[in-house]
Design a protein around this ligand. Structure first.
Ligand SMILES: *Cc1c(COP(=O)(O)O)cnc(C)c1O
Length: 420
């Protein structure tokens, strides 16, 4: 790591001013100005190197500036970028075929391309409406789930705090606890679809109860509802399978993907299986940018590299290695590690996740806090021994910084005679 200090000179003052004045206020204050990336590292405007274990929120599957990514963007930009959905292009057809193969749809599967996770889930919402028609309008999603920020996907996102300013929500969506019993109680013949994440990333890397997806498959089939799996965070090899539903050995009616499949290029998709593939018909959905030659060429190259470099296996192995290493740190702050492959949540014993993120930032490590007591780790799928070793060193230091500040605070509180 570079030891170059970050000096609050004119430049850094001005980018923070620019950001504060010009960017939408729906995000918090930006933590740094990043100017360059390579592999698992990014460099800020002060020349300081940071180890990136957030990877743009599970997006940069190959890390930064990977040759396969750079080559695909450059070549396709110089060949043909966009022609609209009045026409097909070779990279689009190749990516659709690849996604069908990786998802295991068989010949009857189909792919709808959008440009983000929310767009993929909006397409899934419309798929559910097409399936249900006017009499089967209930759409079930799970407590703690996250499906996006657009109006349809916000309705699917069971977070009252995110919805409060934007009521009324799109009707028909109901949120249920993530238990088989709750699903059994909620299911009837008016349910059009159940939409679930195999692991709830935004909720703090929370896994479904054992056997949930199998039970969900059985119950949705019995009641004629679609089972739609939101693989936006879990897909593209992150959990050690191409898609996390594959660990459960079920066949869903549809999955949604985005984040990692483009490796940093904005692209999302809805992949349908079997009869669900016949629901959309001409005129029922579309997107100007969706599935353009540039985006599909890049996603195709990213998925090919994940496959050729054996990154599913790497995600599995590095995930296990990280889990063991984190438990081995022996920090009094760490309660355990949740998740699968390289989608990990470090559970903290105290609600100090934001302090840990800030300490990590000081130490040159990028991680994030999906809630007050979880640190989420979603590094590039390409990480090796070097990155794991460096992570352990920096994370140990970050935890120690926060642990010691907690003890100091405790001592100060005790000194003032305030009961703990
Ligand atoms: C990130 C995410 C989304 C939303 O994707 P955007 O590209 O931000 O619209 C939806 N579902 C899940 C599970 C996600 O992790």
């Amino acid at each position: 790591m570079s030891d170059a200090p970050v000096l609050p000179g004119d430049d850094s003052a001005s980018w923070q001013e620019d950001a504060g004045r010009d960017l939408v206020r729906s995000f918090g204050e930006r933590m740094a100005l990043f100017v360059r990336g390579e592999g698992s590292y990014v460099w800020d405007d002060g020349g300081r190197r940071h180890l990136d274990f957030l990877a743009g929120i599970a997006v940069d599957a190959l890390g930064h500036a990977h040759p396969a990514f750079v080559d695909a963007v450059s070549r396709q930009a110089a060949t043909l970028a966009h022609v609209s959905n009045y026409f097909a292009t070779p990279p689009q057809l190749a990516l659709a075929a690849r996604l069908k193969r990786l998802a295991g749809t068989g010949p009857s599967g189909r792919v709808y391309f959008g440009n983000s996770g929310a767009e993929a889930n909006e397409a899934a919402f419309k798929l559910a409406r097409l399936h249900g028609g006017p009499d089967r309008t209930r759409i079930l999603t799970l407590h703690g789930g996250f499906h996006g920020r657009t109006m349809g996907t916000l309705a699917m996102t069971a977070k009252p705090a995110l919805q409060a300013d934007f009521l009324p929500m799109v009707p028909g969506v109901e949120h249920i606890p993530a238990t088989v019993a709750a699903l059994e109680a909620a299911m009837d013949d008016r349910v059009a679809a159940l939409v679930v994440e195999p692991i709830q990333g935004e909720a703090g890397v929370v896994e479904l109860p054992e056997g949930y997806l199998q039970a969900a498959r059985e119950l949705t089939t019995r009641h004629g509802a679609l089972l739609i799996v939101d693989e936006i965070q879990t897909g593209a090899g992150r959990t050690g399978e191409w898609f996390a539903f594959q660990h459960a050995g079920i066949t869903p009616d549809a999955i949604t993907v985005a984040k990692g499949i483009g490796g940093g290029f904005p692209i999302g998709a809805l992949i349908t299986f079997g009869a669900a593939s016949d629901l959309f018909y001409p005129g029922t959905h579309g997107s100007t940018f969706g599935g353009n030659a540039l985006g599909t060429a890049v996603a195709g190259a990213v998925l090919a590299e994940i496959e050729d470099a054996g990154l599913l296996d790497n995600a599995r192995r590095r995930g296990e290695q990280l889990r063991a290493e984190i438990c081995g740190i022996g920090s009094p702050l760490v309660a355990g590690v949740r998740g699968q492959g390289l989608l990990l949540g470090v559970a903290l014993r105290h609600p100090v996740a934001k302090a840990v993120v800030a300490a990590a930032q000081e130490h040159g490590l990028i991680v994030n806090a999906p809630n007050d007591d979880t640190i989420r780790l979603v590094p590039p799928l390409t990480i090796g021994d070097t990155e794991v070793g460096e992570f352990v060193e920096l994370f140990t230091a970050s935890l120690a910084t926060v642990a010691s500040s907690l003890l100091l605070e405790d001592a100060a509180t005790a000194a003032k005679g305030v009961p703990a």
